[in-house]
Write a protein that binds this ligand. Structure first.
Ligand code: F6P
Length: 341
C-alpha cells in the first residue's frame, strides 16, 4: 500500500516518534510505502508532499515538533476542500491516510472517512482533552515543563513576598494546570471547567502569606471568573479566532494586587510547553500509538483512532473520539482543592 501521513493542529512533543514508528514498522514489517503531506490538511489539499522513508525518519525520535510541519488548515471550512483532497489522494495513488492530530484534525479525518477515504487517526495534544484515550502524548512533557517552572517560581516568590501566577495552556480543559499545579504544590489552581470566585482566590492568597510563605497560583489560559466578578473576561480572541494567551494571568495579578495590597507577578509559559524534546513517557506512548496505527491500516481497519486505555493501546471509532472533549471531572479538582491556601 501507499500510505499518506500528516500532522495537524498545534505541534506537540512526540509527533516525530509517531511518524518514525509508523514508517519503520510499515516498511520493515509490512512492506508498505509512505508519502509525507506537509503542514496538516494543507498538504493533501494542495498536493504538497515530501519523501517519507526509513532514511527520512532516522534520528527524529527525541526531536520536538514535526518533520512534516503542521497547520490549522481545515478543508471542511474551504469550499470544495474535501473533494479536492479526495482528488489529490487519488491522483497521488494514496491508498490510505494516517492523520495525527487533535479534535479538529480528527474531526476532518472522520468526515473524510464518511466520504470514503481510508483513514486512521492518532490522538495528539498537550492539553490531554481528547475523548476515549486516557492520555495523549505531549501532555506528560508539558506537565513536566510547567512543574519545573512552578518549582522555580516558589523560591523567587518567597524571596520577594509576592504572589506569583503561572499561566499554562488549556483553552477548554484544565489538565495541564491540574497536574502541574498538584506536582508543583500550587496554592490555588484555576481551570476552565470551574469559574472561580475572585474573593476566594484572594482569601487563599492572604492565608498563604500569613504562613510566611508566598502563594503560587496556577491558572489555565481558558479559566475565567464567575459572572460579573472581574471587569474583563478572559478569552480575548486573536485575528484567527483563537484565544489569546496571557490574558487571564495578567488580569489576576492586577486584581490580586488591588484587593490584597500584595505585589503579584505573572509568568506565561506559552509555547515553551509545546517545544523541545518529549519525555520518555511521551516517546513510548507516541511510539506505541504509531505501531498500532500502522497495524490498523495494514488490517484494513479504517475510521478508527488508536487510544490508550489502561496500559493497552486499543482502537476506537473516530466518532467516539471526536464526539466531545474530555474535561477535568469535579472529583479530580476537589482532590487538588485540599491543598489550596
Ligand atoms: O491545542 C494545544 C494548544 O496548545 C492549546 O492549549 C492552546 O490554546 C493552543 O494550542 C495555542 O495555539 P497556537 O499555537 O495556535 O496559538
Amino acid at each position: 500500500m501507499r500510505i499518506g501521513v500528516l500532522t495537524g493542529g498545534g505541534d506537540c512533543p512526540g509527533l516525530n516518534a509517531v511518524i518514525r514508528a509508523v514508517v519503520r514498522k510499515g516498511v520493515t514489517v509490512h512492506g508498505h510505502e509512505f508519502v509525507g503531506f506537509r503542514d496538516g490538511w494543507r498538504g493533501p489539499l494542495e498536493g504538497d508532499t515530501m519523501q517519507l522513508d526509513v532514511q527520512a525518519v532516522r534520528g527524529i525520535l527525541p526531536r520536538g515538533g514535526t518533520i512534516l510541519g503542521s497547520s490549522r488548515t481545515n478543508p471542511i471550512k474551504i469550499d470544495g476542500g474535501v473533494e479536492k483532497i479526495k482528488e489529490n489522494l487519488a491522483q497521488g495513488g494514496i491508498d490510505a491516510l494516517i492523520a495525527i492530530g487533535g479534535e479538529d484534525t480528527l474531526g476532518v479525518a472522520k468526515q473524510l472517512f464518511d466520504k470514503g477515504v481510508k483513514v486512521v487517526g492518532v490522538p495528539k495534544t498537550i492539553d490531554n482533552d481528547l475523548n476515549a484515550t486516557d492520555y495523549t502524548f505531549g501532555f506528560d512533557t508539558a506537565v513536566n515543563i510547567a512543574t519545573e517552572a512552578i518549582d522555580r517560581l516558589h523560591t523567587t516568590a518567597e524571596s520577594h513576598h509576592r504572589a506569583l501566577i503561572c499561566e499554562v495552556m488549556g483553552r477548554h480543559a484544565g489538565w495541564i494546570a491540574l497536574h502541574a499545579g498538584m506536582a508543583g504544590g500550587a496554592n490555588v489552581i484555576l481551570i476552565p471547567e470551574k469559574p472561580f470566585d475572585i474573593d476566594k482566590v484572594c482569601a487563599y492568597v492572604e492565608s498563604r502569606f500569613k504562613t510566611r510563605y508566598a502563594p503560587i497560583i496556577v491558572v489555565a489560559e481558558g479559566a475565567h471568573p464567575m459572572e460579573g466578578q472581574m471587569a474583563l473576561q478572559a478569552g480575548e480572541l486573536d485575528s484567527f479566532g483563537h484565544v489569546r494567551l496571557g490574558g487571564i494571568g495578567e488580569m489576576l495579578a492586577k486584581e490580586i494586587e488591588k484587593r490584597t495590597g500584595k505585589e503579584a507577578r505573572t509568568t506565561v509559559l506559552g509555547h515553551i510547553q509545546r517545544g523541545g524534546t518529549p519525555t520518555a513517557f511521551d516517546r513510548v506512548l507516541a511510539t506505541r500509538f504509531g505501531l498500532q496505527a500502522i497495524d490498523a491500516v495494514h488490517d484494513g481497519d479504517f475510521g478508527v483512532m488508536v487510544a490508550l486505555q489502561g496500559t493497552d493501546i486499543v482502537r476506537v471509532g473516530l466518532d467516539e473520539a471526536t464526539k466531545e472533549l474530555k474535561t477535568v471531572p469535579v472529583s479530580r479538582y476537589e482532590e487538588a482543592e485540599v491543598f489550596f491556601g
